[in-house]
Design a protein around this ligand. Structure first.
Ligand code: SAH
Length: 211
């Protein structure tokens, strides 16, 4: 299939899965129209890349459903000047969406093979405002902190303190929390460093592994 056909599939995805469910942030919509999701899924699943579902990737992980990627990104209220931390690089698809709508993204992955393949993929697609880190997401990444926005794409049993402390004043973080059933929690830090937590959508993510 040529690129025109993939961009038509993306437009259809945006119309039927994203716009129709109320996502309105133009930066998010533009990024979803632009990032070639079919280049982030395993080769055997390319034809399923634009379907309304999560897909399996290597090492027992998943690439999230397009709507959930758009939803979580919209909840961050990204500005083009934002510095973003992502925990759980996986394929790098969510990373690419963030990269299109912010000034820079630091993304942390614990599995060496996934870290390596996402790094190569993102570099080859020209996402040059992204820094890939091999490490433990519970610790965030202090050298580049603080971050205006933080997104965690694996479910944690609790909100890691290190992530809260690496969030800037007026920052926002979206994180799935829970073991069986999980909910997105939106964490906001005000200008005085006061933290507020709000429950959001129910979701299903792979676990944020502790060790
Ligand atoms: N955002 C990804 C999907 C992430 S799946 C995408 O768009 O493709 C969750 C990822 O979190 C997996 O790659 C998993 O290896 C990673 N992960 C799980 N626990 C982690 C931890 N403690 N630190 C960093 N990454 C972790």
């Amino acid at each position: 299939m040529d690129n025109d056909l993939y961009s038509q599939l993306r437009e259809k995805m945006v119309q039927l899965q994203i716009l129709s469910r109320g996502i309105a942030d133009t930066k998010v919509l533009e990024a979803m129209r632009k990032v070639p999701r079919h280049l982030f899924v395993p080769e055997g699943l390319i034809e399923l890349a634009y379907l309304d579902c999560a897909l399996p990737t290597s090492n027992g992980q998943t690439i999230s459903q397009p709507y959930i990627v758009a939803y979580m990104t919209e909840r961050l209220q990204l500005k083009m000047s934002d510095r973003v931390l992502e925990i759980g690089t996986g394929t790098g698809y969510q990373t690419a969406i963030l990269s299109e709508a912010s000034s820079c993204v630091v993304t942390v992955e614990r599995i060496p093979e996934l870290y390596q393949s996402a790094k190569v993929r993102l570099e080859s697609l020209g996402y040059d405002n992204v820094t890939c880190i091999l490490g433990n997401g519970y610790e965030g990444f202090i050298p580049e902190s603080p971050y205006d926005k933080i997104i965690v794409t694996a479910a944690a049993p609790f909100i890691p303190d290190a992530l809260i402390s690496q969030l800037s004043p007026n920052g926002r973080m979206i994180i799935p929390v829970g073991s069986g059933s999980q909910e997105l929690i939106l964490v906001t830090k005000d200008e005085n460093g006061e933290i507020k937590e709000e429950k959001d959508l129910s979701v299903i993510f792979v676990p944020l592994v502790e060790k």
